[in-house]
Write a protein that binds this ligand. Structure first.
Ligand code: F6P
Length: 538
C-alpha cells in the first residue's frame, strides 16, 4: 500500500495534477469525465487534483487495500470491531430487502423488524394523541435526552427534515451544563411533555444527570406516579433502563453491533420518527439501504462512497491536507457538519493500526463546517487565501421546499457554484492588476494593491447535487458519508469502530468530581489542574 502512496505522490507531481485550473483549461470535457451519479445524486469531483493516472492508482489502492473484502465482512456480520469483539451492522437496521443477516449464527432481522414495528406503534400513539400524559392531555413536546450518537443523529435529521415535521415539537438536551436542560424546561408544560432517555449504555453521566433532572421536573409538577406516562427510553442496556423506572412497553432496544455514531437508523431514531411519522422514517431507511446496495455493487469508478473515500484518503495521506470543510448550501443541514465530525473523527481519529503498530502517514482529517452562505461571510476568507489548502465539500438541492421563494434558492445555487469555481480558478496577479487598472487605479497603486487581491486557485472541492432534501435523500446522504469513513478507515488500516480516545477524559472527570465538590484536596493533581480548581471553587 505504501508503494502505491509513493506512486500517487510522484504521479501527482509528474503530471501536475494539482494544477486544477490548467486541467480545466486543457480539457473542456473534464466535468463529464470526473463526475459520478447515483440516481439524482450527483458527485462532481472534477475540481479535485485527479486525472486518469491518479484515479487508476486509487482504484489499485482500493483493491490492494482490501476494501471490497472488508466491506463484505462488515455487511455479513463479521466482528470487524475486534477491540470490542463486535460486528458492525448498522446496515442491517435499514436492510429493507429483509434478507437474513447472521450474527453468531442468528438472523438479526426479526428483532430489527420487531423493534421498528414497536417504535411505529408508539410513535403513532403519541402523534395521534391516543397515548396521553398522566392528566389525560395529548403530548405536544418531545424532549430527547442523549449525547454524542444518541443526540447528534436525531437532532441533525429532525432539523434537516423540518418540511416533513407534522408531529409534536421536538427538543434535544445533551450537555451536562444545567443551562441546556433549564432553558429547555422553561419552554415546556409537564402535562404535555414526553422525555426520551436515549443512551446505548445507559451509564453516560451527561444523559443520566439530565434524565434525573427531567424526572424531578415531572415528579414535582405531577407527582411520582406520573413519571411512567412521561418517559420512554432507548438503550441496549435493558436491565439498567428497568432500574430507572421506565415502563417496559416504552423501552426500545438495540444491539451492541450498532455503534453510537451509526445508530440513527435504530430506536435512537425514535424522536425523528415521532416528528415525521413511521412512513417517512421508512423512506429515510430506504434511502440508506439504496446507498448500501450501490456501495456493495457499483464498480469503483461509479461508486460514490468508494470515490469519496479514495479522494478523501488522497487528500489526507498523499497531498497532506489536514482538514476538510463540509459546506451544505442547505440551512436545514446546519447540524450535518457537527454530525459528520463525530462520524468521521470518532471513527478515524486513531493513531494505531489494526496490527497495533503506529499509523504510517496520517489517519483521519479534522472535519468542520457550517452552511453556506453564512460561512462565506465568516471563514471562507481562509479557504480562499489562507496558507493551508482545505478541500471543501459542497452540497445543494436543485429544489427547496419554498416555491414562493424560488428566487432565494436561485441565489443559493449561484453562490454555491461560484464558491467552487472561485476556489478552482482563483485570480492571478495579472488579472488582479488588470481589474484594478480597469477600475481607474493608477499603475503604481495597482502594483501595490494587486498582490492582496490574488487568489492562488487550484483549491480542491467536491460538489454534491440532489433533487430535494427528502427523507430518502437524507438517508442516502448519511449512508454515503458512513461508507466514505469506512473506506478511509480500511485504507488507514485502523479500526474505525471503537472510541477508546474518549475514555481517558471521562475517567479523569470522575476522579476530579470530589475535588471540585470540595470533598477531596488537590493533592496528586498536576499544578495546572490544581491552580484551575482553586480559581473556580476557591
Ligand atoms: O463518549 C463517546 C460516546 O461513547 C459515543 O461514542 C456515544 O455516541 C456517546 O458517547 C453516547 O453514549 P451512550 O449512547 O452510551 O450514552
Amino acid at each position: 500500500m505504501q508503494a502505491i502512496v509513493e506512486q500517487l505522490k510522484s504521479t501527482a507531481s509528474r503530471t501536475g495534477a494539482t494544477d486544477i485550473r490548467a486541467a480545466f483549461a486543457a480539457d473542456s470535457h473534464r466535468f463529464a469525465r470526473f463526475h459520478a451519479r447515483f440516481d439524482d445524486l450527483l458527485m462532481d469531483f472534477s475540481k479535485c487534483a485527479v486525472n486518469d493516472e491518479i484515479l487508476a492508482l486509487l482504484e489499485r489502492l482500493f483493491e490492494e487495500g482490501g476494501v471490497a473484502e472488508k466491506r463484505e465482512e462488515m455487511f455479513s456480520g463479521k466482528a470487524i470491531n475486534f477491540t470490542e469483539n463486535r460486528a458492525v451492522l448498522h446496515t442491517a437496521l435499514r436492510n429493507r430487502s429483509n434478507t437474513p443477516v447472521l450474527v453468531d449464527g442468528k438472523d438479526v432481522m426479526p428483532d430489527v423488524n420487531g423493534v421498528l414495528s414497536a417504535m411505529g406503534r408508539f410513535a403513532d400513539g403519541i402523534r395521534s394523541g391516543s397515548l396521553k400524559g398522566a392528566t389525560g392531555k395529548a403530548i405536544t413536546d418531545v424532549v430527547n435526552i442523549g449525547i454524542g450518537g444518541s443526540d447528534l443523529g436525531p437532532v441533525m435529521a429532525t432539523l434537516a427534515l423540518a418540511p416533513f415535521h407534522d408531529g409534536p415539537r421536538a427538543h434535544f438536551v445533551s450537555n451536562v451544563d444545567g443551562a441546556h436542560i433549564a432553558d429547555t424546561l422553561k419552554l415546556l408544560n409537564a402535562e404535555t411533555t414526553l422525555f426520551i432517555v436515549a443512551s446505548k449504555t445507559f451509564t453516560t453521566i451527561e444523559t443520566m444527570t439530565n434524565a434525573a433532572s427531567a424526572r424531578k421536573f415531572i415528579a414535582d409538577a405531577l407527582g411520582e406516579e406520573a413519571v411512567k406516562h412521561h418517559f420512554a427510553a432507548v438503550s441496549t442496556a435493558l436491565d439498567k433502563v428497568a432500574a430507572f423506572g421506565i415502563d417496559q412497553d416504552r423501552v426500545f432496544g438495540f444491539w451492541d453491533w450498532v455503534g453510537g455514531r451509526y445508530s440513527i437508523w435504530s430506536a435512537i431514531g425514535l424522536p425523528l420518527m415521532i416528528a415525521i411519522g413511521p412512513d417517512k422514517f421508512g423512506q429515510f431507511l430506504d434511502g440508506a439501504h439504496a446507498m448500501d446496495q450501490h456501495f456493495r455493487q457499483a464498480p469503483v469508478r461509479e461508486n460514490l462512497p468508494a470515490l469519496l473515500g479514495l479522494i478523501g484518503y488522497y487528500h489526507r495521506n498523499v497531498l497532506d491536507y489536514p482538514s476538510r470543510a463540509i459546506l451544505p448550501y442547505d440551512q436545514r443541514l446546519s447540524r450535518f457538519p457537527a454530525y459528520l465530525q463525530q462520524l468521521d473523527m470518532e471513527s478515524n481519529g486513531k493513531g494505531v493500526t489494526i496490527d497495533g503498530t503506529p499509523v504510517e502517514g496520517q489517519s483521519g482529517p479534522v472535519v468542520w463546517g457550517e452552511p453556506g452562505t453564512n460561512g462565506q461571510h465568516a471563514f471562507y476568507q481562509l479557504i480562499h487565501q489562507g496558507t493551508s489548502i482545505i478541500p471543501a465539500e459542497f452540497m445543494i438541492a436543485a429544489k427547496g421546499f419554498e416555491p414562493e421563494l424560488r428566487h432565494q434558492h436561485e441565489l443559493l445555487i449561484a453562490n454555491c457554484l461560484a464558491q467552487s469555481a472561485a476556489l478552482m480558478k482563483g485570480r492571478t496577479l495579472d488579472e488582479a492588476k488588470a481589474q484594478l487598472l480597469k477600475a481607474g487605479m493608477d499603475e503604481a497603486k495597482a502594483n501595490h494593491i494587486a498582490p492582496h487581491r490574488v487568489f492562488t486557485g487550484n483549491r480542491p472541492s467536491i460538489t454534491f447535487t440532489y433533487d430535494q432534501l427528502t427523507p430518502f435523500a437524507l438517508g442516502r446522504l448519511i449512508a454515503l458519508y458512513e461508507h466514505r469513513v469506512f473506506v478511509e478507515g480500511v485504507l488507514f488500516r485502523i479500526n474505525s469502530f471503537d472510541q477508546w480516545g474518549v475514555e481517558l477524559g471521562k475517567e479523569l472527570a470522575t476522579g476530579l468530581l470530589p475535588v471540585v465538590q470540595g470533598k477531596q484536596g488537590t493533592d496528586g493533581q498536576d499544578a495546572s489542574t490544581a491552580g484551575l480548581v482553586k480559581a473556580l471553587i476557591g
